[in-house]
Ligand binder design. Structure first.
Ligand SMILES: Cc1cc2nc3c(=O)[nH]c(=O)nc-3n(C[C@H](O)[C@H](O)[C@H](O)COP(=O)(O)OP(=O)(O)OC[C@H]3O[C@@H](n4cnc5c(N)ncnc54)[C@H](O)[C@@H]3O)c2cc1C
Length: 806
């Protein structure tokens, strides 16, 4: 066994082999894969091998498309036929809402150039003569859908990786991983120990056990999944071309041709977990006892649609385990809090995602960052709060609802609440309907006057529409109170904290008592984050950002920290709460509860300082507001939240203080064209393509990403951030909708909603530069309907920002 490798990949399933292949192909031949048994010994060997690209979010679609396009390449490079069938595939819809789901998906996928079309009933019959089209409303056809032979595809990756110089050791179970003082890892097998710079945990069904060797707990649980294969069917034999794959999201089944029969799989309505307390080390090329009764409901629905299935003999049933994360997305990237430990685990659909995961993991290791935003797959989207009970509840729910439609704004209650800030009961009593942010309950809106305290989902404007309108108008008319506790909060201190922050922030550091908005760039000038930085002292800063990204950002900070202890970054997000007061009467309100001088000259826009508010000493108050109003964000230890909340509510009673939730905040910031991190901003963009370009100070001598930002500036933007006013009917854009100009695909939206104060439907998004033209007619495709839109170069509300500077 080699004594050293730059990277050791643990696990020789489709994922591990794809990671190894990409590392070697990208120029790192001294990489090793360790497989405890034969390659494909986990979920891989018994998969159905179906492949498709029509999916969301955008990164999943992009990487699934990439994976699909890679198959002919690895077939050649690996000199290994992989049984790749591009037979096309159709997704069926019976109900109106299911058709809307497919319309939305089709539009979203145009951003990544994934073709699909609705086909007529005649075309459905032509392509799949065995189908009963009764009651069928639509079928979305994806011409590139198909399937591969799982073992052959895995072996093709492995053979191609070897060709590029990688080494694979089979029958080499990893029994220990130990990090040495210098940061390198020792990976031990019974045959010996390899030292390496980086470990990639691609151990699939055993990813939990392999992670535990390094003291890491991954939120994963295996579930059983079944498909059956029929005997040869005369109806299939009689077909002149191969049957397209067919899936029915409303009945939770999928099928494809297998030989001259059919392979039918189902996401049964009763999920069965497997090996909850640990995957047995002895489990190998085995199957679990099948239980067709669990599949009966889906089977009967499939027979309704494909009647000849009802009389086909069953040749084989496969019941195999696969491992899921709480949202079914893979866990990819450097594990937060470690050095040189990457995850490529929890891969639910390895034949669609394996190639893409291989690519981004290899880029991340070799180049320091992936080439696109993969937060939706990043292991950092979960945290310590993601315990077993949550993981179990969520994996069960999402297995059982695997292909169910997800409505706009839909929240999932399963497994919640996980954690709450102190105000939770107060907010609930006030009518709050909650969403989830990094495990915390956050108020979305407040049901009033006896209306149901819950979301009711549909594609059109939902039950909360008018009430959120009242909240949004209440803020701009007088004053609103938001609970902003779920934001991320980092305290940065230490002798060199200013110097360090100045190097990682793209904007100039604020003076003491001042605040600044600042992006952080990667070395390649991609956006990493968007923060409010308040300087509380010479060497003390409060850095505020997106709550959902706190582990992602903490990982970034830690990987850039000096090793001499001269800078300290603490994530105080769970220990500190926030309340946000905004609106023209916000100053009046705060003046009633604090002795501090709130006057515009004493405490101007973009100031930040400490003073007592109500009974809470030393509140950090920052004069900013995502609403675009005169606003103050208050940050304080969580023990003070309830008294402070009560004090503000009481003091605001005669000011018509409005309790407002995040949906009102989203409407208000849309009116201001303020982009939101994770929606409109991500590492998909260079700052000059967004509205954050003005916060990147190229006159600063040195900061991370500066040189690359200069190159990007010279090259010009690939896309341009845009605000659209949409002539919507009763459905607003949500984000992801395709935008057309003169019939051509011109761009896409990233968020949208109703601007209650401007009385317009507003969407933010990106246009290809050649389409960015004022006074031009655009169309935003909302749930299949192209709605006229105009480009607005200025924010729709208070474009000069006078109100927030008041
Ligand atoms: C019935 C069924 C049907 C499916 N159909 C499809 C489909 O149609 N399309 C699709 O895309 N996906 C499908 N899947 C899912 C697919 O099988 C998985 O997404 C994929 O196989 C995951 O691959 P992996 O490499 O991540 O993990 P695994 O296949 O589990 O591989 C992990 C590997 O790591 C090795 N390993 C574990 N521990 C160690 C250790 N300590 N040291 C060394 N090696 C170790 C194991 O032996 C194994 O070979 C299906 C799954 C099931 C159960």
């Amino acid at each position: 066994m080699l004594p050293y490798a730059r990277v050791v990949v643990i696990g020789g399933g489709i994922t591990g082999c794809a990671v190894l292949y990409h590392l070697a192909k990208m120029g790192w031949p001294d990489v090793v894969l360790l497989e405890r048994s034969e390659l494909t010994s986990g979920s891989t060997w018994h998969a159905a091998g179906s492949i498709f690209s029509l999916t969301s979010p955008s990164c999943a679609a992009a990487l699934q498309k990439y994976t699909r396009e890679l198959y002919p390449v690895i077939e050649q490079e690996g000199e290994q036929p992989i049984g790749y069938h591009t037979c096309g595939g159709m997704t069926l819809a019976r109900s109106v809402d299911e058709r809307k789901k497919l319309e939305t998906l089709r539009s979203r996928c145009l951003r990544n150039g994934i073709p699909s079309e609705f086909i007529t009933i005649d075309e459905i019959k032509n392509r799949a003569p065995i189908i009963n089209t009764d009651g069928l409303r639509a079928a979305l056809y994806e011409p590139q859908k198909g399937y591969v032979d799982p073992a052959s595809a895995t072996n093709a990756f492995a053979r191609a990786a070897r060709k590029f110089g990688a080494t694979i050791y089979r029958h080499s179970p990893v029994i220990a991983t130990r990090q040495c003082a210098g940061g390198e890892w020792e990976v031990t097998t019974p045959e010996g120990t390899i030292r390496c710079g980086t470990i990639v945990n691609a151990a699939g069904l055993w990813a939990r056990e392999v992670a535990a060797l390094a003291g890491i707990t991954l939120p994963l649980l295996p579930v059983e999944h079944q498909y059956l294969i029929t005997e040869t069917m005369p109806e299939i034999e009689a077909m002149s071309s191969e049957l397209p794959t067919i899936s029915d999201g409303e009945a939770n089944w999928y099928l494809r041709q297998e030989g001259q029969g059919i392979l039918l799989g189902a996401y049964e309505s009763h999920c069965r977990h497997w090996a909850e307390s640990g995957t047995p080390l002895t489990f190998g090329h085995e199957l679990l006892p099948d239980d067709l009764s669990r599949m009966e409901e889906n089977f009967m629905l499939a027979v309704e649609r494909i009647p000849c299935l009802g009389i086909a003999g069953i040749k084989r049933v496969i019941n195999g385990p696969m491992i899921f994360s709480p949202d079914l997305g893979p866990l990819v990237g450097p594990y937060p809090g470690t050095r040189g430990y990457f995850c490529a685990a929890g891969v639910m659909t390895g034949f669609n995602q394996g190639g893409g995961i291989g690519k981004v993991v290899a880029e991340w290791i070799i180049e320091g960052e992936p080439s696109l935003d993969v937060f939706a797959w990043d292991v950092a989207r979960f945290g310590e709060w993601t315990g077993k009970s949550y993981t179990k509840a969520r994996t069960k729910y999402f297995y059982e609802h695997r292909s169910h439609r997800i409505y706009p704004h839909q929240q999932f209650m399963t497994g919640r609440p996980v954690r709450t800030f102190p105000s939770y009961d107060r907010l609930k009593a006030a009518g709050a309907v909650f969403g989830e942010n990094f495990g915390f309950e956050i108020p979305l809106w407040f049901a009033r006057n006896g209306e149901p305290q819950e979301d009711r989902y549909c594609y059109e404007r939902q039950n909360w529409f008018d009430t959120v309108g009242k909240e949004a108008r209440g803020v701009r008319t007088s004053v609103g109170l938001f609970d902003s506790s779920s934001y991320s909060k980092f305290r940065v201190t230490g002798a060199h904290s200013a110097r360090w922050l100045d190097r990682i922030l793209a904007n100039r550091l604020p003076a003491i008592g001042r605040a600044a908005l600042s992006p952080i760039l990667s070395p390649k000038a991609k956006l990493i984050g968007d923060f409010t930085v308040t300087r509380l002292g010479e060497t003390e800063f409060l850095v505020l950002g997106s709550g959902a990204f706190q582990s992602f950002h903490m990982r970034w900070f830690e990987s850039n920290l000096p090793t001499d202890g001269s800078v300290r970054v603490e994530n105080i997000s769970a220990q500190y709460c926030g309340l946000h007061v905004a609106g023209p009467r916000a100053r009046d309100l705060l003046s009633r509860v604090s002795e501090a001088d709130m006057g515009a000259s004493a405490f101007p826009f973009l100031s930040g300082r400490r003073f007592d508010v109500g009974a809470c000493p030393e509140v950090v108050c920052v004069r900013v507001s995502f609403t675009g109003e005169l606003g103050y964000e208050l940050w304080f230890p969580s023990a003070y939240q309830i008294p402070l909340f009560d004090t503000l509510r009481e003091a605001g009673r005669d000011l018509d203080l409005t309790l407002a939730g995040s949906r009102a905040l989203m409407s208000l910031r849309l009116e201001k064209s303020f982009p939101s991190w994770g929606l409109d901003l991500s590492s998909d963009y260079f700052p000059s393509e967004t509205s954050l370009g003005r916060f990147v100070r190229m006159d600063k001598k040195d900061f991370v990403g500066r040189d690359a930002a200069a190159v990007r500036l010279a090259e010009g933007p690939r896309e341009r951030f845009a605000t659209f006013v949409v002539d919507a009917t009763d459905t607003d854009a949500l984000g992801g909708e395709a935008v057309f100009c003169g019939g051509e695909f011109a761009g896409y939206t990233t968020s949208g909603g109703y601007g209650y104060n401007v009385d317009e439907s507003v969407a933010l998004g990106y246009l290809k530069p050649r389409f960015y033209r004022p006074n031009t007619h655009y169309e935003v495709e909302i749930v299949g309907e192209r709605r006229p839109a105009i480009l607005s170069e200025a924010a729709r509300f208070d474009p000069t920002g006078q109100r927030m500077r008041a």
